[in-house]
Design a protein around this ligand. Structure first.
Ligand code: GLA
Length: 387
């Protein structure tokens, strides 16, 4: 893919672009905890968005998508452009506007990008798009932007496009490390690497092929609004509360009669999910496959029954897995309402388990699932094809 993008760039623009890979991410556990300043355990993967980029000594920015049929967008640094019809154009527009607002010395450049992250599958294609674009600009135009700052700018761009996301995806793909998950404390933004490979087991993703678009659906933002509402209520009865991170289950019980059951369950889910992340970190360190499986399943059913962000198809995939001896545990992964499950599967029963889950899923839902044997890879990087 990257060499095709490079060849296309050379044929249509100019020689020797800089090449960048921004990976997608998986998440072992910790959903909707990031914007509540809790814990997450994501990892960067070997699928990504790739950029070829080079300064063009003008004030024009030309960006071309290689994802489907070639589609080009032109920005003028000095002019305010109106929204684009392509979804990716609006992410880039938001990023360029933020860079200008922050007074980074932007100059003209040409950029071609493409990728192999399945879109709308909970693998963070939009964070890869945003972080990759900012990183590519900083490298091509020699503008110093730290990874921490890239994460903030990318998050801001997503907020402008419509999803009030946290920082998990950006940190995972900027700081990811091969064979490791990134344990991130979203309050301090300090991270730690945790080995992810468990002897005798494989991590496999199964795509339900129900696609989500978190920036268009309001359900993601509604969950966040519920969490913020609970924080507001807690502030009235407890000092020093600025997020759900400062709230305990015992605190939460004190306001049970003042909030709706839906909001109460949403907040309780977040507090319990943080506990699950801590338990998972320990289970991974100890290579405790059974423990990992249990935590995955607890996490899934909490997302299904308490937080209500799964779909019947994702529940079906997890149900089938629970019936199979080779699948130690699985759960829906990402923001919700579609996408993939992440599964820990016994290596000796790998093929049989996958065959059964895919055929049973087809039988029960009529949908063809897709299976990804992903590898946990390093984070964002400049690629040297000669190597
Ligand atoms: C999306 C968001 C993240 C995070 C997850 C859910 O991927 O971009 O910030 O909230 O959903 O864990």
């Amino acid at each position: 893919m990257i060499s095709r993008i490079e060849a296309y760039f050379i044929a249509n623009y100019t020689n020797k672009p800089l090449l960048i890979k921004a990976p997608g991410r998986i998440n072992i556990i910790g959903e909707h905890t990031d914007y509540n300043l809790g814990y997450v355990l994501p990892a960067a993967i070997n699928k990504g968005i790739y950029f070829a980029i080079k300064g063009n000594r003008s004030s024009t920015i030309r960006v071309e998508s290689f994802i489907t049929s070639p589609e080009q967008i032109i920005f003028d640094i000095a002019a305010n452009s109106t929204p684009f019809s392509s979804f990716w154009g609006n992410y880039f527009k938001a990023i360029l506007e933020i860079l200008v607002e922050k007074k980074y010395p932007l100059k003209g450049f040409d950029c071609v990008f493409g990728g192999d992250i399945p879109i709308g599958s909970g693998l963070s294609s939009s964070a890869a798009l945003c972080c990759g674009f900012i990183f590519a600009i900083s490298q091509a135009l020699h503008i110093k932007i730290s990874k921490e700052e890239i994460a903030i700018i990318a998050q801001k761009a997503e907020h402008r496009v419509g999803i009030n996301c946290g920082l998990m995806d950006q940190y995972a793909l900027l700081f990811g490390k091969k064979s490791h998950a990134l344990f991130l404390d979203c309050k301090t933004l300090i991270h730690e690497y945790v080995p992810i490979n468990i002897k005798g087991y494989s991590w496999v993703l199964i795509n339900s092929n129900i696609k989500h678009n978190l920036a268009v659906d309001t359900a993601y933002n509604k969950r966040r609004a519920s969490c913020e509402f609970i924080v507001k209520k807690m502030k009235a009865i407890k000092n020093n509360v600025s997020s759900l991170r400062d709230v305990s289950l015992a605190d939460l019980k004190k306001i049970i009669n003042e909030v709706s059951l839906v909001d109460y369950k949403i907040a309780r889910y977040v507090l319990e999910e943080n506990e699950r992340v801590l338990k998972m970190k320990l289970a991974l360190k100890n290579g405790n496959a059974e423990g990992i499986g249990e935590i995955l399943l607890d996490g899934h059913w909490a997302m299904s029954k308490e937080f209500e962000i799964t779909t019947k198809e994702l529940d079906c995939l997890v149900d089938i897995g629970e019936e199979l001896p080779g699948i130690i545990g699985s759960r829906m992964m990402g923001g919700g309402f579609g996408g993939c499950t992440i599964n820990l599967i016994k290596k000796e029963l790998l093929n049989k388990s996958i065959e059964t889950i895919v055929s049973q899923y087809k039988l029960r839902t009529g949908i063809d699932a897709e299976v990804y044997h992903l590898q946990v890879a390093d984070g964002i990087q400049v690629i040297n094809l000669a190597q």
